[in-house]
Design a protein around this ligand. Structure first.
Ligand code: ADP
Length: 267
């Protein structure tokens, strides 16, 4: 099936609760075609934010979840064999650059080093993508914009973005939203009352205090939304928190006890 750029337009508004001035900053960066890096832990709204911004700007969005097996060809493109011989197929990055989409590379640091080098010529004044195998120097469409996400918490010395890559981007920090905003988000996304959302957010805050004392990563807004969704389905709140928060996040028995105690305080 042929990938059509129109299919990447975001039709309905993705609901996004701004937490600071990120909407205006992103708009300015887009106007300047400055590549943007969204930094922050998993589940704190980065993907939702990009979807919302693509909708606001009326541009198609091409999202790529990067993984360690990903090579530059996966992003850029390759020749495919078909009945008529070989045919070039743009990878998602080339597709976005050719048609003027916003290209969101989620967790780009996971991909192999050659992929980050492939994005370099697109992120400076050249705005080109060399399709070496095809012998084409693809000039990016004027509307093309590159966005990457990056979780500083995961990075090790072996896996980090090079300075030469980082310095090509403007960065927006995403952290856990402050309590009032997170209550609004959980209530809206899960369809639970403000009172229930408030309790979930307080459980989240307690759990986040355990980060570094045995929890590698804090409880995400996504997990709180999941717990709320189970409650909205009629699951008892304690069981909902167990399934959506305490069991997924840790296998450590002491930590589970500590999290269960936090849940019991509120439900
Ligand atoms: P990330 O890309 O940072 O891993 P997501 O954007 O997928 O995280 O966010 C996870 C979920 O949390 C979303 O599906 C949404 O329900 C909720 N969420 C988090 N922050 C916000 C926000 N500011 N506005 C609206 N929804 C949010």
């Amino acid at each position: 099936m042929k990938d059509m750029i129109e299919d990447h337009l975001v039709a309905a508004e993705p609901w996004y609760r701004p937490v600071a001035d990120e909407v205006a900053l992103f708009q300015a960066a887009y106007a300047a075609r400055m590549p943007v890096m969204l930094k922050g832990p998993t589940g704190c709204g980065k993907t939702r934010f990009v979807e919302h911004m693509a909708w606001r700007l009326g541009k198609p969005l091409v999202t790529v979840a990067c993984n360690e097996d990903m090579t530059a060809s996966d992003l850029v493109g390759r020749f495919l064999l078909d009945a008529n011989g070989t045919r070039w197929q743009d990878g998602p990055l080339a597709f976005a650059a050719r048609h003027g989409a916003i290209c969101y590379l989620d967790e780009v640091v996971e991909a192999r080093q050659d992929t980050t080098v492939a994005i370099h010529p697109l992120t400076d004044g050249r705005r080109v993508l060399p399709l070496e195998k095809k012998g084409e120097l693809l000039k990016a469409h004027p509307d093309f914009h590159l966005v990457i996400s990056y979780n500083p918490g995961y990075q090790s010395l072996m896996k980090d973005l090079k300075q030469s890559t980082k310095q090509r981007f403007g960065a927006l920090d995403f952290a856990w939203p402050e309590a009032a905003a997170e209550v609004e988000i959980v209530a809206h996304e899960a369809g639970v009352s403000e009172d229930t959302a408030q309790k979930l957010v307080e459980i989240g805050a307690r759990a986040r205090n355990l980060k570094g004392h045995g929890l590698d990563e804090g409880v995400s807004t996504r997990m709180l939304v999941h717990a709320g969704q189970l409650i909205a389905q009629g699951v008892a709140p304690v069981a909902a928190c167990t399934m959506a928060i305490t069991r997924p996040i840790t296998d450590d028995m002491d930590m589970r006890d500590a999290l269960d105690a936090a849940v019991a305080t509120f439900f």
